[in-house]
Design a protein around this ligand. Structure first.
Ligand code: F6P
Length: 411
């Protein structure tokens, strides 16, 4: 029998992206747009996150348009706008969102975001009955996707968010590049890595040749700091080239000699509409304390937006496709307030719809690095973490200068 009409003809699906960008957002938008179009939806893009649903609205038509899903960032732009009242903005802008939903005749909203953007979406679903589907996104990889990592017969609760695989590859490349400069100068490089309160991204530097690392999940108390300095000295002295790269998460909690407390270093005291302050600058403190304590030249490097920017890598491209396939399933069932996620950590070829599932957006929240992935005694990531990352990056990549020259003695 010939189907006369597409299933959702006459309906409109809108997509928005909020929060920090990643290299995989355009890939997500393209994949969701293509599938929704096939089902018959007209597809709109909401500009600048929730901001595009305020005032008169800021909406573009994505239907039947070319789209470059490999291009990094988000063509829909982003913002950290929160439609619900916050400390920074006590006025509720939910009525404006509802008004624009009506005016633009939006039937379903897909929100690409982390905990903040999707948290607001879920609240709108619960309090106002707006049909939403969440789509995960963050280089921090800290959204609780409940993805299981099977390692040596054990089930570890891991996380897999689009954006993280591309950022992980970029961090691996960044680390392996600065390692050559560390080698030339026999230096210790303290490499600051984004990730807020979670160390998932920091661990990816190990695939670029880093050894010791510091993550926010474990406080560096006065006592731990002493042990850390010892480990740094051992690692430096035993390194072939007398150099090491130490990745440190931007949000580490580091003992401050002056205050006598464990402190976080902020770049600014301002908070966004979700109440988050901006981290930044702890690498400078760690590097200068290493130099002062050990007498070894140490420099701070901030990787900043490097892992967050640039094109979408292959793993992410396929991950976003698999999750967008699951969005089709949710649309067909009209199963709203849900988010597609991977059931388990799988290698590239297994990134398929049958390995996805959907979770209730209300149960998402943040997930720090699992205990199994980091050893506080050695300040290093474990074999379990290496296995997790191997699924995503396949293998570590850092060049080594292979030649040794004979020493010449004077006659
Ligand atoms: O959440 C993503 C992230 O890149 C964090 O790792 C970082 O702390 C934050 O965003 C920085 O945000 P921005 O510089 O965009 O304010």
């Amino acid at each position: 029998m010939k189907l006369e009409q597409k299933l959702f003809k006459g309906k409109t699906l809108a997509i928005l992206s909020g929060g920090g960008d990643t290299p995989a957002i355009n890939s997500s938008i393209e994949a969701i747009r293509n599938r929704a179009s096939l089902l018959g939806f007209k597809v709109y893009g909401v500009l600048r996150g929730w901001k595009g649903l305020l005032g008169d609205g800021d909406i573009v038509d994505l239907s039947d348009q070319p789209y470059d899903g490999y291009y990094g960032g988000t063509a829909l732009r982003s913002s950290r706008t929160n439609p619900f009242p916050s400390k920074k903005n006590p006025e509720s802008r939910v009525p404006q969102v509802l008004k624009n939903f009506e005016r633009y005749k939006i039937d379903v909203l897909v929100t690409i975001g982390g905990d903040d953007t999707n948290g607001a979406a879920k609240r709108l679903f619960e309090t106002e009955g707006i049909p939403v589907i969440g789509f995960p996104k963050t280089i921090d990889n800290d959204l609780r996707t409940r993805t299981i990592h099977n390692y040596k017969g054990k089930e570890i609760e891991a996380v897999l968010c689009p954006g993280f695989p591309s950022a992980a590859r970029a961090m691996m490349e960044f680390t392996s590049k600065i390692k050559t400069t560390a080698e030339s100068h026999s230096r210790i490089l303290v490499l600051e890595v984004m990730g807020r309160d979670a160390g998932w991204l920091t661990g990816t530097a190990t695939f670029g040749g880093a050894t010791l690392s510091l993550i926010p999940e474990f406080d560096i108390t006065k006592e731990r700091k002493e042990v850390f300095f010892e480990r740094v000295k051992e690692a430096y002295m035993s390194s072939k080239k007398k150099c090491i790269v130490i990745p440190v998460s931007e949000g580490i909690r580091w003992y401050n000699e002056k205050s006598g407390k464990v402190d976080v270093v902020y770049a600014s005291s301002e908070v966004d509409e979700y109440g988050h302050p901006r981290f930044g600058g702890v690498s400078g403190i760690v590097a200068s304390e290493i130099s002062a304590r050990l007498g070894i030249e140490a420099r701070a490097q901030i990787s900043g937006y490097y892992p967050r920017s640039g094109h979408c890598r292959h793993y992410d491209r396929r991950l976003t496709s698999a999750l967008a396939d699951k969005v089709v399933d949710l649309l067909l069932r009209e199963d709203f307030g849900m988010m597609p996620v991977m059931k388990k950590i799988v290698p590239f070829v297994e990134l398929e719809e049958f390995n996805t599932t959907a979770i209730d957006m209300g149960a998402v929240g943040n997930k720090p690095l699992s205990d199994e992935y980091y050893d506080i005694n050695s300040f290093s990531f474990t074999d379990a973490y290496t296995d997790f990352l191997t699924k995503i990056l396949e293998k570590p990549e850092y060049p080594e200068f292979k030649y040794h020259f004979p020493v010449v003695l004077p006659e």
